[in-house]
Design a protein around this ligand. Sequence first.
Ligand SMILES: N[C@@H](Cc1ccc(O)cc1)C(=O)O
Length: 448
Amino acid sequence: MAASMARTCRHVPRRGPCVLRLTLRSKLHNGLLLSLNKRGILKESFPEDAAQDRLPRLLQSGAQTVYCGFDPTADSLHVGNLLAIVGLLHFRSAGHHVLAVLGGATAQIGDPSGKTSERERLSAEVAEANTRGIRESIQRVFTNHELHFHDGSRKAGTVTVLNNLSWYKNRGVVDFLSEAGRHLRMGTMLSRHSVQSRLRSADGMSLTEFTYQVFQAYDFHHLNQIYGCKIQLGGTDQLGNLMSGHEYIHKASGDEVFGLTVPLVTSSAGDKLGKTAGNAVWLNRDKTSPFEFYQFFLRQPDASVERFLKLFTFLPLAEVTKLVHGKEGLESAKRCTDALYHSSVQALEEMSDGELQELFREAPFHELLLEPGTTVMDACRRLSAVPEGPRGYQMVSEGAVWINHRRTDNPEQLLLPKLHILSNGLTLLRVGKRNFYIIKWLSLQGLS
Ligand SMILES: N[C@@H](Cc1ccc(O)cc1)C(=O)O
């Protein structure tokens, strides 16, 4: 009977965990990575485990040099590229040096990452003209950031805009291949997602495109040698190229370098940002006027506002939250942070049903009738949180169950007010690492 009283009100799966999520709990609290992660600007790191300690340690050890490349395949960048630039700006504000590399050479090779077919060949002249357009907008964004957004409390790092044509144009092909080719293995290159997906397609892949990753890997090596650059930033489709750079440098000099990706920004409808109906939103004024650019952001649905403020502005997160959700919303966010990351029982106790549901979106919400003599085991069974029979009992005794952040390994333990049932009538039960259940207890009196 009791089990039938359990009512699952909501079960909303959360998006996949961000690879960098654990950084939040890592002992090495690196301000920059933590804040980029909280803003949603970082997606993955390579090597995967480096974000936990080696990368934060490197960033804390002194000013680093970080780079991101942009291929001039068009004469302007668009809003989709903006997040990588914003990422660079955050590094810069934190005192790190930034290299923006224009791919005057690589644009002529054509990056197959994320593309379903080979691009038309880009002549050297067009690549050069495009490079001019892109250089201008990148420089403008960096200058505007310095003038209007950098708070000045910390010395910003330097910004250098380079063109990779400068290190390829006088390089002989024999010389280049005999050096660079040796540091990359065919098996690894062939295994890249960008290569595999194209090899399976009807058109296959040209040798030119296949060699793209050699160039990007060499760029990283070159910047590592000349500028001591150890970090490369790129969109999610760049992960394979970042890994090739890591492999190259590891083989060539033994230095450890890192790759970080920024997410692909999508509208709330899931379209690539700024590409709706084929109308890209460009960063160059002659292609998209400031008015159109402004209107594009103004028209974004409410559901995207908070995400975009975090991604594209430098407002402190508390201000963004206050702007969107008011003072009460900010307080709620702080309570939720305490409850989740600081395991604060008091914060849990101060939460409303709604807040608890917001915080544990994955967790089913159950309303259960509180019967006298209910034990920990009864609660687990009524939620179907543990397997039936002796296995479930064993799981509880072995310590797999946590109630209100406290491990509860006695299955026969009676549920006690205050300890197990908070004064707001709620219980947060966790089984294993991440299976959360929220219980709202209904008392018999409450029902009558
Ligand atoms: N391949 C990158 C651009 C790039 C070019 C050269 C580099 O060294 C790095 C990145 C892209 O298409 O987005």
